[in-house]
Design a protein around this ligand. Sequence first.
Ligand code: ADP
Ligand code: G6P
Length: 471
Amino acid sequence: MRQSSLVVVAMRLPIDDSVAPDGACEWRRSPGGLVSALHPLLRNTPATWVGWAGGSGPAPSLPDVDGVHMHTVPLSLEDLRDHYEGFANATLWPLYHDAVEQPEHHRRWWEAYQRVNQRYAEATAEVAEPGAIVWVQDYHLQLVPGLLRALRPDLRIGYFLHVPFPPPELFMQLPRRAELLHGMLGADLVGFQRPQAAHNFAQLATKVLGVAATDRRIAVDDRVVRIGAFPVSIDTAEMSALAASAEVAERAERFRRDLGEPERVILSVDRMDYTKGIEQRLTAYSELLASGHVKVRDTVLVQVAVPSRERVGQYQILRERVEREVGRINGEFGRVGEPAIHYLTQPFDRAELAALYRVADVMAVTPLRDGMNLVAKEYVAARVDDTGALLLSEFAGAATELSQAYLVNPHDLEGLKQGLLSALQADPADVTTRMRAMREHLHRHDITAWARSYLSALDETGSLVDRLPAT
Ligand code: ADP
Ligand code: G6P
């Protein structure tokens, strides 16, 4: 078994389900923040990534991708139903996002969560060199740090939660809250997107486990676990360079022509998820059309909503409701050849996404709750001429950093409509001042800066950080 000094552990491997006939694999830029965030960091860093390769058969043996070894964890249909669709995405996901949908609790899901976390911990223990650094990702694997420490106390273990960590009132609903906290506290460093999440975690550690905790350190057994906020970011330079390329500029022109050369293009790009506020946004847009504040010929909305977690009931219901509403709005306000909403459920490649960002005069990112929201950051990075208005929910992690965006509360329909109108009608000089400030921030706080700050806090020897690209 090949062993590495850096091991990333995430529910999914970052690769295509399908391997080409010549055996080649490619990074899968999935419509999800985690892979988007780690891809630029690990490319060309010798490391092993432990994860699920898709499907429910035995674990395939996969070739390395850009120097990163892929170590597969097999999952059965039952594991997927009860761990991924169940505990991860129908218990934890809704609970961690303000319970905007009702979380479900089933003992069978918890058993599967423990079983699958144990399997990931064992797989990781096999591929980690003595003293290796292991970086566990996200809410699917909250028990792995604790389980791994029991198997391999020599490892330096980091855990990072990409989604929000909820306030005590919500977390206390979890029947197995103590076990989940214990699992995370198996790490040497627990990272969150926002300081508020670290604060919630420290409060819960004291309340549930009775341990001494501040927003920076928690004393557990005979160890000190450090906690903190490390807001994740994007490869700003890569997105800017792509958006500035002649190919993308030309593609953006074509998009604008295909959209009928409207005065204003509004864009939203989301996974089809009830946390993203898609329905609230459609209602706001529809009311602006009905009141005549927005006219179809002048303004178009492009809504990209790539289907996600399609076997989970709440996601099926959401998709049906969104599609019915898009149909209603187009039926009522569209004209022949001029829909009010251009609705697309396809995955786009990076160049096409960059072209969409370039064409959008207003980018509407209005989740009800979001750990970070990388789409907001990608839009800013793509606005190479310092134009474009970002309409951003106060409840996205990104709002803490991108405070010059047009901020809205997506639960407030009137506020959302007003925010959309303000962004559509904003003074170009104001738009540029705001965009310039946000772009400067993202150039300093990019994905490499994130990885450096997290890994230098985790790896006190500094040997790993020295291998990362310079910021
Ligand atoms: P989440 O992690 O909840 O999905 P984020 O906004 O943080 O939300 O991350 C979404 C990522 O998925 C971004 O990198 C975005 O570019 C990508 N993405 C979203 N929709 C698509 C799509 N239709 N095609 C390709 N990539 C997409
Ligand atoms: C969010 C989560 C990731 C997840 C992604 C896509 O970004 O934080 O862990 O991979 O959504 O969701 P999926 O269920 O398709 O993996």
